[in-house]
Design a protein around this ligand. Structure first.
Ligand SMILES: Cc1ncc(COP(=O)(O)O)c(C=O)c1O
Length: 423
């Protein structure tokens, strides 16, 4: 049965009340009033819009509750600390981490990857291998390349197929033969929407004893992420993609990995003692949270994860899967070149990359904007993936909790116009 609390559906297997969900995002009403057309925001993969309750937590924290955390003896600071630490528990629940101790707050996915690459530096031995896939976002490539330069490591990329699905055989062979110390891969490609077979990938990593880092920057937005089921050692995501604010993010660490990790940054809050002779470190996760953190943003991230929970992650997944299918068919019938594994029945969701024959992607995005349709054009910070499938850039339409088929219809109107004037 459908139950609604504050306009949000409660069960995952009931019809999805998109109008009620959109009401939580004031930008839709405001944009339509200002531009005179509905806002077809199709760039959630880059950054999501924010629901009212997330921004309310952010403003309330700054206006009415602000104090630094982990320091003050006064009650305002103690309450800020309590709220901040409660979000650690919310995050742990959201990704099924066994302990709050596994949750480090970061500024986002990029910082989380850099944190791990820096803090594990002396754990790696010269000559060690890191395996990535050709699908990765630059933020899951460059920090490992920088580390490889510093420590004389090899970075090897598992291949992808022409349709941007992972070449699982190549991945398995590389992991088995190279026996990498670490393997890092995204659970959901931002450029092609590819959902790689993480279960098989993790199994072969475990076979050779490789440590696993998973990039959940997109996966956390579109469905369920369960670190226990996934059996990953590290996992990262960004608050701003999952309906929370910029400047917030999460790194999950399997507690056993902490013993190998040196501090990422030094400063206040991450120490146990400081003397002129030297310093000792606080226990994790504080050891990795130097300085005053983004307190209000972390509280708002907690509100964003609770917002997702109230809709139901299963409901989000069903909505996005169904909409993806319908949008894909619609765009195909328009004669667009669509990219990704769905072309061959493979696993792709929430992200549709395409090109309009004869029209440059940036021109499409610019013209679409005049129809109040927001699209991303470019290489989507995934140059190796695009080059591998013979592309320099694509237009990308991505789906969020508030996306409707009407948004794609509005996009098609814009594309028809672009074709008429440009091709
Ligand atoms: C798969 C993936 N990984 C990492 C990132 C980097 O996220 P951020 O820029 O929030 O650090 C993104 C952002 O687009 C992404 O889509």
């Amino acid at each position: 049965m459908l139950t609604i609390e504050n306009g949000l559906t409660k069960e995952s297997d009931v019809s999805y009340d998109i109008a009620a969900i959109r009401n939580h995002f004031p930008i839709f009403e405001e944009s339509e009033r200002e531009i005179g057309r509905p806002l077809a925001y199709l760039d959630t993969a880059a950054s999501s819009q924010k629901p009212r309750e997330v921004v309310e937590v952010l403003t309330k924290s700054l206006l009415l509750e602000h104090a630094n955390i982990h320091r003050g003896a006064y009650s305002l600071s103690a309450r800020a600390t309590e709220r901040y630490e409660a979000v650690r528990a919310t995050v742990a629940r959201a990704i099924n981490a066994k302990s709050d101790r596994s949750i480090i707050f970061t500024r986002g996915t990029t910082e989380a990857v850099n944190l791990v690459a820096r803090s594990l530096e002396s754990w790696f031995q010269p000559g060690d291998t890191i395996v990535l896939t050709m699908l990765e976002h630059h933020s899951n490539i460059v920090p490992w390349q920088l580390l490889a330069e510093r420590r004389n490591l090899k970075v090897v990329f598992a291949a992808i197929q022409e349709d941007a699905s992972l070449d699982l055989n190549d991945f398995i062979e590389k992991v088995r033969t190279l026996k990498p110390r670490l393997v890092s891969f995204s659970l959901h490609s931002n450029a092609f929407g590819t959902v790689p077979p993480s279960e098989e990938m993790v199994a072969v990593c475990r076979e050779v004893g490789a440590t696993i880092f998973t990039d959940a920057a997109q996966a956390i937005v579109h469905g369920t992420v369960d670190v226990e089921k996934l059996d990953t050692d590290f996992l990262a995501f960004s608050g701003h993609k999952v309906y929370g604010p910029t400047g917030s993010g999460v790194l999950y660490v399997r507690p056993e990995m902490y013993q190998h990790m040196e501090p990422f940054m030094g400063g206040g809050d991450m120490i146990s003692s400081v003397t002129v002779e030297g310093s000792t470190w606080a226990e994790p996760p504080q050891k990795f949270e130097a300085g005053t953190p983004a307190i209000a943003e972390v509280l708002a991230l907690g509100a964003a994860l609770e917002f997702m929970d109230r809709i139901g992650r299963g409901a989000v997944q069903n909505h996005e899967r169904e909409l993806f299918q319908r949008a894909w068919e619609l765009l195909k019938s328009e004669g667009l070149e669509l990219y990704g594994p769905a072309n061959n029945g493979g696993h792709q969701s929430s992200i549709i990359p395409f090109n309009v024959p004869g029209v440059h992607p940036h021109d499409i995005a610019t013209i679409a904007d005049t129809f109040n349709v927001q699209l991303r054009a470019g290489n989507h910070c995934a140059m190796p993936a695009l080059r591998r499938v013979g592309l320099y850039s694509t237009v990308r339409a991505s789906i969020g909790v508030y996306t409707r088929l009407e948004d794609f219809e509005q996009m098609i109107e814009a594309l028809r116009h672009a074709r008429k004037i440009l091709s």
